[in-house]
Design a protein around this ligand. Structure first.
Ligand SMILES: Nc1ncnc2c1ncn2[C@@H]1O[C@H](COP(=O)(O)OP(=O)(O)OP(=O)(O)O)[C@@H](O)[C@H]1O
Ligand code: SF4
Ligand SMILES: [Mg+2]
Length: 391
């Protein structure tokens, strides 16, 4: 163990191999940018995912949050091998699947599945529900005791759909029902891992709650591990055991969900949490809100040093040149920042305006800033870099 620069905090070494169900190490996915008419030359790359590392235990849920374009979907698709990684490794159930060919990956599709955001486009409109949910059995050439139809009807019932609708087409269902069809297809072969990419973002709030509850029930029943990608921090807090916060292709902070929501250490996480609306006007007045200005920088040419430095209120010279190491600064809590400090979260955790009534979802009220880590008091952000919407 070494000391965190500028503090007395001990830091652990980078993630070692473990016996977790999923081990993601320094995973990269770059999309090449080419130019030229006859001869295509590579002129750059979109660095969509740039060196993420984490473990996922069997039956665990890891929430993945971050601004649009930060690489959440690309990370999910690379882990499930819908995309070939550029670098790093994915070890699933003790087997390195990073560079398996589609043919060698096929048997593993039984165990690694994905649910997509858009239940409209992820279901083939020309296929019946029976064909869609039964496809994994046919692709994997799996014989079932009472036939595929009986199996599929059991699955439809399990996800809250009428088994009699076996011969209907996707357009005959509502958005929530279509997502249930996608879930039935994903759980058909009892996978150990499902990457859920914004599975409820396109649904009404009341329907979101039902679908999230269904996912939880299925997890309890079958012991499935989830990577749950979402924008809604309340939903992520509700369903996740741990949460990873991504920014420009990197994980900025990863911690147990209660720790992350009550004592976020990374300036980016703090800004995300401070943006969650508070329904109580009194507490809304008390809190300081950090609204990041400017767009997410381009992943084609990410900022030097800490990729967040162009938008961080705590930026110092060192941040512009030195990439912060992704370190475990307390057990289970990793962060990529040279100057991590806790923002104390005061008051009760309450349901947000958007999610009030939704599964008792939570949000966090950030009302003051101090630093048990260094003992310093952090001045709330002011100046041109920040706009305070409550001002
Ligand atoms: N096939 C592709 N070719 C080139 N660039 C891509 C491709 N897919 C994604 N990207 C780029 O990679 C970056 C990350 O995209 P990604 O879809 O993973 O982000 P995201 O966090 O899922 O965003 P959102 O919240 O909007 O879904 C973006 O800049 C995106 O434009
Ligand atoms: S390393 Fe510097 S720029 Fe990056 S988040 Fe920490 S304080 Fe901000
Ligand atoms: Mg996405």
């Amino acid at each position: 163990m070494t000391a965190m620069p500028g503090t007395d905090l001990p830091v652990a070494e980078p993630l070692p191999p473990t016996d977790a169900l999923l081990q993601v190490r320094d995973l990269q996915k770059f999309f090449p940018i080419t130019s030229g008419v006859l001869i295509q030359r590579k002129v750059g790359a979109v660095q969509a995912v740039d060196g993420i590392s984490f473990d996922l235990a069997a039956g665990e849920t890891l929430g993945l949050v971050g601004e649009s374009g930060c690489g959440k979907s690309t990370a999910g698709r690379t882990i499930t091998k819908l995309l070939e990684p550029t670098g790093g490794s994915v070890v699933f159930d003790g087997k390195d699947i990073s560079h398996l060919s589609p043919a060698r990956m096929r048997p593993l599709r039984r165990e690694v599945q994905m649910i997509f955001q858009d239940p409209y486009s992820s279901l083939n409109p020309r296929h019946t529900i029976g064909a869609i949910v039964g496809a994994p059995f046919r692709v994997q050439d799996i014989k079932t005791e009472h036939g595929i139809k009986t199996e599929v009807q059991g699955l439809l019932e399990r996800v809250g759909l009428n088994p009699e609708h076996y011969n209907r087409y996707p357009h005959e269902f509502s958005g929530g029902q279509r997502q249930r069809i996608g879930i039935a297809r994903a759980i058909a072969l009892r996978p150990k891992l499902i990457v859920c990419d914004e599975p409820v973002s396109a649904l009404d709030v009341s329907i979101q709650a039902q679908v999230v509850n269904l996912l939880e029930d299925l997890q309890n029943e079958f012991g499935i591990a989830y990577i749950f990608v979402a924008h809604d921090l309340s939903v992520v807090r509700h369903i996740s055991d741990r949460v990873a916060v991504m920014y420009l292709g990197k994980i900025m902070e990863l911690a147990d969900r209660d720790e992350l929501y009550s004592a976020p250490l990374h300036p980016y996480t703090q800004s995300l949490l401070s943006a969650v609306p508070v329904p109580d006007p009194e507490r809304e007045r008390q809190r300081d809100r950090i609204l990041l200005v400017g767009d997410l920088p381009s992943p084609i040419n990410p900022p030097s040093g800490c990729v967040f430095h162009t938008r961080c209120w705590k930026v110092q010279d060192r941040c512009k040149v030195e990439v912060p190491e992704y370190r475990e600064i307390v057990p289970g809590h990793r962060i990529a920042c040279h100057f991590p400090e806790e923002r104390t979260v005061l008051g009760e955790v309450k349901g947000s305006a958007a999610s009030a009534g939704l599964m008792g979802a939570d949000e966090v009220l950030v009302t003051s800033v101090n630093s048990p880590v260094t003992g310093a008091v952090v001045t709330p952000p002011t100046g041109a870099e920040f706009a305070d919407p409550s001002a």
